[in-house]
Design a protein around this ligand. Structure first.
Ligand SMILES: Cc1ncc(COP(=O)(O)O)c(C=O)c1O
Length: 432
């Protein structure tokens, strides 16, 4: 078994940076692209990704790749010509449109998902020794954000099927010091929020969602984003909605939203745009209320984000179609476990994770055939920084050795999906 002492090679796959992989590797449109609050039908067989041989098709198939059109390029260019590049009117529009899309009162746009997690936990005013329960299978930001605030990340095991945080293990790991639970919607599949709420019961514990993978996902018919006191999003380069880099916190709480806006801008009471656009005489005056951070989004990123938001449901539908094709193709291969989607959720299919006992041999086979898979993720409690805490997450420790993320991005052509399927099925799982 590969333990914490064995370094894992991190190789950037294909067309875009994906540092979090352990990879062998227009105003006229309605806000949110008419993104309805109603959960769509799951079967979307009528939506097809681009046809075979389309321009830009890659010989090397990366695990992820952003979907950027002329619309994003034009929107960013318009901001570049406007004379206002920083936090400004376009960021405000993006925040309002995203809030409407998510069905939430406030969105605070930031420069990363990590910043979102940090500020959300910072808002809770934790004391040294306070604990926040996080899943072991996630990107490192989920745990580090807790530790930035002087509190302690406590690792919970994951559910064997979805790889989301296990409510049973959360129940076991709640102590008098637990102040928050930070579930991750792994791969876009929402965690069991009702079971987590039941585990918290009437204790003073806040549920903060890490929805870095779950932009556009639904839980029990409602969009992820308005279901908990705070939800954190990432708009990193290869996320379902990308701003190049970016993030956001959604909340219904107006006082929290005001505080978060202050914290994202160095603790200053009014940002530069607000003062310049809305004050006449005292535009130069501001007050510093807190030890804030330089975490705000800027208008270039927001311009890209607005277009991506309009395209989000369509892009997620393309991801769903690819997942359906993979599921169908692998249904007869007993050596592959395909990812589930529970009846009460609607995944955003950020990742397509399969499990197989032949993980390393299959990765080598895919790499040899020009396909760059990923592994998401090496359990956090086994990383050197956290390993000496003795956290026990036996399911994560066992499952990560079987996990492979297959290529999943909206612009994957039919031919590319076929090639991944054929290459996987051509693998000799018996090893003969
Ligand atoms: C589950 C999870 N949480 C948090 C983050 C951090 O987001 P960002 O890269 O925007 O800081 C990521 C990014 O990969 C993630 O996958």
């Amino acid at each position: 078994m590969a333990g914490a002492s064995e370094p894992i090679r991190t190789i950037t796959p294909g067309a875009d940076d994906a540092p979090r992989d352990i990879a062998v590797d227009a105003d006229s449109n309605p806000p949110g692209g008419g993104g309805s609050q109603d959960m769509p039908l799951k079967k979307l067989a009528h939506i097809h990704p681009r046809g075979a041989g389309a321009p830009g098709e890659l010989d090397q198939i990366p695990v992820f790749r952003p979907s950027i059109t002329q619309e994003e390029i034009d929107a960013v260019t318009e901001v570049m010509r406007s004379g206002w590049l920083g936090l400004g009117p376009v960021t405000e529009k993006f925040e309002n449109e995203l809030a409407e899309f998510l069905g939430v009162d406030h969105v605070i746009a930031l420069n990363s998902g990590t910043a979102a997690l940090h500020l959300a936990i910072r808002l809770l005013d934790l004391n040294p020794g306070d604990e926040v329960i996080v899943p072991s299978i996630t990107f490192i930001s989920t745990a580090h954000a807790v530790e930035y605030c002087g509190a302690r990340a406590v690792f919970a095991d994951v559910c064997e099927d979805t790889l989301c945080i296990s409510p049973d293990d959360v129940r076991r790991k709640i102590t008098k010091k637990t102040r928050a639970i930070l579930p991750v919607h792994y791969g876009g599949h929402p965690a069991d929020l009702d079971a987590l709420r039941a585990a918290i019961a009437d204790r003073p514990i806040t549920l903060v969602e890490d929805a870095a993978h779950a932009c556009g996902a639904y839980y029990k018919g409602k969009r992820v984003g308005g279901l908990s006191p705070m939800t954190c999003f990432s708009f990193h380069a290869v996320k379902n909605l990308t701003c190049g880099e970016g993030g956001a916190i959604s909340t219904h709480n107006a006082a929290w939203a005001k505080k978060l806006r202050e914290l994202r801008w160095m603790g200053i009471s009014k940002d530069t745009y607000e003062r310049t656009a809305k004050e006449s005489v005292y535009a130069w005056q501001y007050w510093v209320h807190d030890l804030g951070f330089k975490y705000h989004m800027h208008d270039l990123a927001a311009a890209m984000g607005r277009v991506q938001l309009r395209r989000l449901d369509e892009n997620n539908a393309k991801r769903r179609r690819i997942a359906e094709r993979y599921n169908d193709a692998f249904s007869g291969a007993a050596w592959i476990e395909t990812p589930p989607e529970h009846d009460d959720v609607f995944s955003s299919w950020h990742i397509y994770p399969i499990k197989t006992l032949e993980r390393d041999r299959l990765i080598a086979h895919l790499k040899a055939n020009g396909i760059a898979p990923g592994v998401h993720y090496y359990p956090l409690h086994m990383h050197p920084y956290y390993a000496d805490r003795g956290a026990k997450c036996p399911i994560a420790e066992e499952l990560w050795k079987r996990m492979i993320s297959l290529p999943m991005f909206p612009d994957m052509s039919d031919a590319q999906v076929d090639r991944v399927i054929q290459t996987v099925l051509a693998f000799d799982a018996a090893g003969s």
